[in-house]
Design a protein around this ligand. Structure first.
Ligand SMILES: [Zn+2]
Length: 380
């Protein structure tokens, strides 16, 4: 996720916060502060509790995501980072579970962790006197953290993909039908329906508030429900599209995704000629260097720019190219998922496809995207 900063590393996982999180920190602090002020606590104590509550929210969401991550890592699925943003947390789990059982364990770990924290805090609240009518700010905070975690756990168990409950539903359908894609589609349709239901309920609350002047909840809660519901239905459909794309990528090969109209230049060609004949008229940015079809290396606009233009006439492609041994290449059989991963890992726009020392094509981000789209469409 862009626009985030790294805080710490826990169990080898980067913990990051997105800037939108600061908004939540502000809103929650303000909200808790006014609540505690209304309960007649002093300004200082209310401020302290407000910051405490925001910090607790942060730690509780983090604990929830860490629980998912620990099970993922234990199941051999690496987790790169956890990012907290305005609507919760996301763990960047490198791939999906291979078996329904693993998916269920991974999905349930988060809500189980939240409910456990909620129960523990609730028990502590009860043990320290609970609701005995005596005023205690710290007990109020304990109660706040307990209900927060119960809500966090409960909400995530809603059976719509990609929420945790939806993942459990998907795993169950996947187990029964053996069809991963169909299971994902059904669970994501349930997710979209749930999102619309929640948004509709929120709209009902707002309308009741506007026309009758009262309702079971206030208008702000209604607005929050609408936002949450719309967000849920949009991630449900986009997560499904992502799954379809990944499946489609797995099903295509470099041979079917490559463009074969790449430009080849001999190693002896001068940079001046490359710029004058290819870069300027056709805006090509990258060239395969080959002698009699044999792959020698790659020269691109960045290589050329490093040479002062007064020397372009006497400098050859072969002397500035990245030699074949250092170029990231693919074989015609490599699958689309692997190609995309390579492009991301090495920040490449294109990968030459080499068969027995000869470049037979180049896979670019554009050609890969077109092949994947065609495949995804033909499967729909
Ligand atoms: Zn979760």
């Amino acid at each position: 996720m862009g626009g985030s900063i790294r805080l710490v590393k826990v169990l080898g996982i980067d913990i990051r916060i997105h800037y939108s999180w600061l908004l939540i920190f502000g809103v929650v602090s303000y909200w808790v502060y006014t609540d505690f002020r209304a309960a007649e606590y002093s300004q200082e104590l209310s401020a302290l509790l407000a910051v405490g509550a925001s910090a607790a929210l942060f730690l509780c969401i983090l604990a929830h995501e860490l629980a998912h991550s620990v099970v993922a890592v234990r199941s051999g699925i690496p987790v790169r980072s956890i990012t907290l943003f305005v609507l919760g947390g996301v763990a960047s789990i490198s791939r999906e579970a291979e078996r329904p059982g693993t998916e269920v364990l991974m999905a349930l770990a988060g809500p189980a962790c939240s409910l456990a924290i909620g129960l523990a805090c609730g028990a502590a609240w009860f043990a320290t006197g609970g609701n005995d009518g005596e005023v205690s700010a710290y007990r109020d905070l304990l109660f706040w953290v307990a209900s927060l975690n119960v809500m966090l756990g409960g909400f995530n168990l809603l059976p719509g993909f990609p929420m945790d409950g939806g993942r459990v539903l998907r795993a169950a359908i996947w187990r029964i039908t053996g069809d991963y894609r169909r299971a994902t589609r059904i669970a994501s349709v349930v997710g979209q329906a749930l999102g619309w239901l929640i948004a509709g309920a929120g709209a009902g609350v707002v309308i009741a508030y506007l026309f009758i002047g009262s309702g079971p909840l206030d208008a702000y809660n209604g607005l929050w429900f609408i936002l949450m519901g719309l967000y849920l239905s949009s991630i449900a459909s986009s997560s499904y599209r992502q799954v379809v794309l990944r499946e489609a990528m797995r099903g295509i090969t470099a041979a079917s995704a490559m463009a074969s109209d790449f430009m080849t230049v001999p190693p002896g060609m001068s940079l001046l000629q490359i710029v004058r004949d290819y870069v300027e008229p056709n805006r090509y940015r990258s060239f395969v260097v080959a002698t009699d079809g044999r792959f020698q290396g790659v020269v691109n606009v960045e290589n050329i720019r490093r040479v002062p233009d007064s020397r372009w006439g006497v400098t050859t492609a072969g002397s500035v190219m990245t030699p074949a041994g250092s170029v990231v290449t693919a074989t015609p059989e490599d699958d689309g998922l692997g190609l995309a991963a390579k492009m991301d890992q090495f920040r490449l726009d294109g990968i030459p496809v080499v068969r027995e020392g000869t470049v037979v094509g180049v896979v670019t981000r554009g050609s890969l995207a077109r092949a994947v789209q065609m495949r995804a469409r033909s499967e729909e």
